[in-house]
Design a binder for this molecule. Sequence first.
Ligand code: BES
Ligand code: MN
Ligand code: ZN
Length: 492
Amino acid sequence: MQICGTDHSVLTWSGDALALGFFENAVELTEDLQQLDHRLEGTLQELITEAEFKGKADQKAITRVGSRGPVRKLILVGLGKIEAFGRDTLAMAAASIARLAKQEKVKTLGINLPQVEHQASETAAAISEGLILALHQDHRFKSEKEEKELKLTTIDLLGLGEQTAAITRSEQVCSGVILARELVAAPANAVTPITFAEVATELAQTYGLELTILEQADCEALGMGSFLGVAKASELPPKFIHLTYRPANPIKKVAIVGKSLTFDSGGLNIKGAGSGIETMKMDMGGGGATLGAAKAIAQLKPPVEVHFICAATENMISGKAMHPGDILTASNGKTIEVNNTDAEGRLTLADALVFAEKLGVDAIVDLATLTGACIVALGDDIAGLWGTDDGLTEQLLKAAKSVGEKFWPMPLEDKYFEGLKSNIADMKNTGPRSGGSITAALFLKQFVEKTPWVHLDVAGPVWTEKTAGVNNAGATGFPVRTLVQWVLQQAQ
Ligand code: BES
Ligand code: MN
Ligand code: ZN
């Protein structure tokens, strides 16, 4: 499938299907569209009228046109209110168009959408992103390996001129989102700490990234008792992955740290029936997005040094498992009473954050499928965001908004740390039920001394049950696009 920007307009383009976008309550035919309608013997206006097409966000209409005209099918998509128009609107519209075109077995598709901020390149990039992400299919685990053949071969973005560079950039970003989706969707018998580390190794080889994998003994030498406490019960060795993208003369250095539990059984505080234990293959969603971001950034090559850190392991049960009540010592010397072995993500992140800070970076962002409480607070589509630095928090919110991923700022309410007080150790790993995502964030904060830090709880949005927007049902690849956009922003 080839996406191309072109100078062709709705009047000069010909092919299987032509897709047109309209704003809400502004479904009027411009001069060009009037002429097109004339050529199509009035079919465009008829479709608008008969479908009662008003241009509402996500509204769609499609019709077959007579075979003698320049196009065989007309697709209309609603863009919603013009006031809300942005990059995200374009990606969503492109996703709708892609799904319709696929369903209709369209081979050549022309897309005519308005430009965002008169920027043809950003417009082309946003549309490409929507197309690629909506058309991504995962057939790896079907016995029928052949993908149900996608007929779509050529997609022309009308009126944008040549846009090879912008479209290539989009393809690079999407390759990272798709890697994250595929890691998250893969079950725990396919993505293990070992295979997860192999993916990092392959990225390093393909894109020339630096890679260090700390084995269990290396982690022991660094005093990572918190991470290793979680790893104890697994038959599989833990892998502490440190992947680095290091450009010449970087203008900034940042670290991205992703929770990488390839499976979370809960440990001896085992997840019961009805707890969603069978979905816990997605507990490496943070790490999957971290490797996805690495894949994209390594191709985009911004002048920013980026460290990608994943402390990968499983949370299992066995005679070797850590017991509820065990006391662990993290690599910064702090002691933790494990009052719940199912609050394991924060234990692995503790040592990963200490490691990240020792690198002397300007900012640390961690992302984790950390708490069910965050889903209770914000629902499935919105991630929680906690930060120690207003500037960094703003940067991430801005990046997220521009790519259409949703975050909501949450409080680092120091007083709630009381809930983590332990009589015997420096802290417990679990507080009371109320404010569970906040105490989780406060726990992590104990492992970052002074570097500006943001914590993203992505437990909800890494997975979706329904196909909507650019996401297909299953793993979403959230928040790779935000991370990439944030890193690119550092260079501006
Ligand atoms: N991986 C889970 C959080 C989670 C829950 C992610 C649902 C995605 C969907 C995490 O390790 C966990 O088990 N958290 C516990 C914390 C509790 C024991 C304090 C939770 O949220 O119940
Ligand atoms: Mn857990
Ligand atoms: Zn977990």
